[in-house]
Design a protein around this ligand. Sequence first.
Ligand code: GLA
Length: 401
Amino acid sequence: MIMINNRLHGFQRSCRSVAFPRWTTVDASAHKLLVYLVFVFLSVTLPIAAGAKDNSDVVSAKSFGKTAKDEPVTLYTLTNKDGMSVSLMDYGAAVVNLLVPDRTGKLDDVVLGFESVAPYFTQTAYFGATIGRYGNRIANGSFKLGDHTYQLPKNNGPNSLHGGLNGFDKQLWKVEHKESNPPSIRFSRVSPDGEEGYPGKLSVNVTFTLTEKNQLRISYQATTDKPTIINLTNHTYFNFAGAGNRTILDHIVTLHANAFTPVDSTLIPTGKIQKVAGTPWDFQTAKPIGKDIKAVGGDPVGYDHNYVLEGGASCAAEVYDPASGRLMKVVTDQPGIQFYTGNFLDGTLTGKGGKVYPQYGGFCLETQHYPDSPNHPNFPSTLLKPGQVYKTTTVYAFSTK
Ligand code: GLA
């Protein structure tokens, strides 16, 4: 049984207002199942009884182009009463647009992306995508399960990155269900046994919900028919000045993590858990992203590191843009968060509105297990066995100050 730790220290510290599911294990007891069924029954019947409208005003759909195999790709938009909206496409189950109010109420699109699906086929930035089966890197694309060594495609130097050449970001997902109160959409797919070298047939879904409190909640669920490894995340690049307007170096970040996992020159963890205090990686007290970025080094220079979280529904990160007043808090049940500052962006991608995305044009906060966990017995396990349910939630909560 996979346990989801329910300690709330960090969460209570500063993300108190962020609603978060409070399950303690992923295997629902009969009691929980009953409560859940009653809840589902009421949420379906009550709106009908109350004569609620259909969900077309809060979940809209339009064509976003076609895949190489000529399959239609659809862009769905969820809108809440505050006017905040998120648009998601079924290709890659990806966040494409996110309109968030600034302190004067003006909406701006704060995520990097493109105006149609075609540029997503070739870009290697993973804009907005659902990443799987294994977010981040696996050293030499190789890992052992039991007596068997599995070899994955190497798509990032000597390593495997973000699920391989045709990871979940390159797949067309099914839309399984849409809800209007609050607006929500679920994408699902069955990843066949052996897809991109991973064992087991994996049934997976990801649900995006936009709450009335301007929170974007992403919940993942998966089951397998053979032991496998899993590490799902979302790869949205945020820029609170509006995508393509300036870099994020002046955004002020707090990371509620006192340690990170240092990496080698190919960005594979060395296995150490290193304290951040006194290093350029220390964001325990809020500071601008650009303040110590040069001292971090790397090629290209910048943050591309996994921070160690305390687990439970922890408040992992806060990002504030003083110019617009936009503030985002990230709450997650995951043990790690990859802080990536768009180091590999180099001005060659032109995104929405014809805007060029420069280096540091966006930042990602990818909630996850640690990179290369299958090859580090001291890291939390990413093993998923038949009969278990992989279940994880991350909330990106927006406000202004
Ligand atoms: C991740 C990685 C980065 C980079 C980006 C995509 O976040 O950690 O090194 O590969 O994806 O460009």
